[in-house]
Design a protein around this ligand. Sequence first.
Ligand SMILES: Nc1ncnc2c1ncn2[C@@H]1O[C@H](COP(=O)(O)OP(=O)(O)O)[C@@H](O)[C@H]1O
Ligand SMILES: [Mg+2]
Length: 261
Amino acid sequence: MIEISNLQKSFKGTPVLQGVNLTITDSERIVIIGGSGCGKSVLLRHIAGLLMPDAGSLKIDGEDITRLSERQLNPIRGKIGVLFQGAALFDSLDVFNNVAFGLIEQRVLPMTEIRKRVAEILDVVGMTGQETKKPSELSGGMRKRVGLARAVVGRPRIMLYDEPTTGLDPQIADSINRLILKMSRTYSVTSIVVTHDMVSAYKVGERIAMLHRGKILVTGTPDEIQKCKEPIVQHFIRGISEEKDADERRSIGELAGTPHP
Ligand SMILES: Nc1ncnc2c1ncn2[C@@H]1O[C@H](COP(=O)(O)OP(=O)(O)O)[C@@H](O)[C@H]1O
Ligand SMILES: [Mg+2]
């Protein structure tokens, strides 16, 4: 359903994506992991149709979206819900209007239907009864739930989550992970989650792909990733920086003979 082939993107001559290949099937939950600054958000923005690559293709339902005009992209963007890192709510609008905003703007559904959909999605994210509250009256976790409700209320077929649990305390992070699973199961939505939080990756991912040096280094089930022999993957999932690991290996004599800088 989503086919990414040889996707390349540089910013001012600095390559970020250097030939990403990845196929994501319908209603799959895939987690993309990788170090800070490796291009995870950039990849997600390409899938959302917000960035255009320098080379390569990105097909959604067989259609290469990198060849579409802005106008042709609009209906494709409508199929995609996005929860960006630090996605801000409208401060002046209450919870109901924050969630309903996109639906009201589209002027497609009657208000009775919009109310029904908002009520339904607020129930799913556990925010029933909070409709008239302003974002300033909500906790960080609650704001995240409202952001999630807003992203899915248009019933997208693809949901993109950029670091959905980053900066949240473990309990709230876990509730967000459970919501991602619930969205996936309730609406059979294809879910692409970008994170460097391995707890979250194992919990929500049916498959994990690691982005490294502008390419997908490995993909596999959480179990396969944990057993993966590739040192770069092991370093990442065990939270060991390459530098620190080299020091550790040196200290246990594995790198004996390697001169200290
Ligand atoms: N719009 C942009 N203009 C220039 N450089 C960018 C832009 N977006 C991202 N980058 C650069 O691309 C690299 C990857 O960024 P990003 O995808 O945000 O990393 P992460 O994996 O942490 O999400 C970084 O070096 C970042 O500075
Ligand atoms: Mg990012």
